[in-house]
Design a protein around this ligand. Structure first.
Ligand SMILES: *Cc1c(COP(=O)(O)O)cnc(C)c1O
Length: 364
């Protein structure tokens, strides 16, 4: 039996620390934001290597708050990848702007920079590259396009904690970066949690207010914000786990290398890590023929897999009113019937990887 993710194993390994962190929050009744959230913000900012980190309730909120603070709203367009989790486009619609989809690079699965400029109009305000599966988006051309067209770059780092692009940490290259600590992410809480990171003091200040009812002081509301604060318990758990993140990431990368060496030359399309990228393998995505049958076969052998994502965003029911056609997003469309995410986490053992590979080979 090889589960797709195994959050129990990690808890067993860290039980005393996690339980102690939860007890401390209860003892101090620091339930909402407060000192544990502040401590995690400082530690995470240091981990990323950036001046400001603002904790919030989840990753989707962190994207929405950034867009709002940048003044993006009705009449504006924001460029997003066709192949990602729906939060990346949903946040654009939530603030009243229009998501404009761009197809992905067929090899790295991240937004294809060569296709961005054709989608820029007088209404375009921002680009949200996603460092998908843990692989940094190709940021240099994206940043260059943004500079020439005066657009903001907001990095969606929900899957890329600690990933680097040509020596730069994901989340530090754009105007702001968005993180999710959903339990299954590379750094996961025990519930929903998210954060915004930015170099910009002014944006940091307004994001912090926006996430807490527009507050400056207790009853001093400078603007109308919202309730998007991190729970103290989530913050304390994240602080307990953060010191282990670098080691877990090394293990993910080692596990990816193990898959790679066993699958090399077998005909499966494997992940490609471009020169100068540090891919942190939130997901290990291969392409297979007869994907449905393959996934079913693995399931019968006790191997859980996932599909990220089975339907490219523009082709979802939610965007049907736009009348997009699959031919407009050929790479995303070609990928969606072939991609398969294999089990991937720090605690995955070599023998589990070997059994996944053995069953994959016996299917083909
Ligand atoms: C998980 C995820 C999010 C949103 O995070 P939540 O914390 O679940 O709201 C945003 N973008 C991507 C690419 C994600 O994978």
């Amino acid at each position: 039996m090889v589960p797709f993710v195994d959050l129990k194993k990690q808890y067993q390994d860290l039980r005393a620390e996690i339980d102690g962190a939860i007890q401390a929050v209860i003892r101090d009744t620091a339930f909402i934001s407060g000192k544990y959230a502040q401590q995690f913000e400082e530690e995470f900012a240091q981990f990323i290597g950036i001046e400001n980190c603002i904790s919030c309730a989840n990753g989707t909120d962190s994207l929405e708050i950034i867009l709002k603070v940048l003044g993006i709203g009705p009449g504006d367009e924001v460029i997003v990848p066709a192949n990602t989790w729906i939060s990346t486009s949903e946040c654009v619609s939530t603030v009243g702007a229009k998501p404009v989809f761009v197809d992905n690079d067929p090899v790295t699965y991240t937004i294809n920079p060569a296709l961005i400029e054709a989608k820029i109009t007088a209404s375009t305000r921002a680009i949200i590259p996603v460092h998908l599966y843990g692989c940094p988006a190709d940021m240099d051309p994206i940043l260059d396009i943004a500079r020439r067209h005066e657009l903001y770059v907001i990095e969606d780092c929900a899957q890329s904690h600690g990933a680097t692009y040509k020596g730069r940490v994901t989340g530090t290259m754009g105007i702001a970066g968005s993180f999710s600590f959903y339990p299954g992410k590379n750094l996961g809480a025990y519930g929903d949690a998210g954060a915004i990171v930015t170099h910009d003091e002014g944006i940091a200040r307004t994001c912090r207010m926006m996430a807490n009812h527009g507050r400056l002081g207790k009853h001093d509301h400078a603007l109308e914000g919202r309730n998007s604060r991190m729970d103290g318990i989530q913050a304390a758990i994240l602080s307990a786990k953060l010191p282990y993140l670098a080691g877990w990431t090394d293990l993910r990368i080692r596990n990816a290398q193990h898959y790679q060496s066993l699958l090399f030359g077998t005909g499966f399309t494997l992940p490609v890590v471009p020169e100068g990228y540090r891919h942190v393998f939130h997901l290990y995505v291969v392409q297979v023929d007869q994907r449905e049958a393959c996934q079913q076969y693995l399931k019968e052998k006790g191997i859980e897999t996932g599909i990220h994502y089975p339907i490219a965003l523009p082709l979802l029911q939610a965007y049907a009113h736009n009348g997009y056609k699959s031919s407009q997003f050929p790479a995303a469309y070609a990928g969606m019937s072939r991609i398969l995410s294999l089990p991937m986490y720090a605690e995955l053992t070599h023998s589990q990887i070997e059994s996944v590979v053995q069953e994959l080979k016996s299917f083909s």
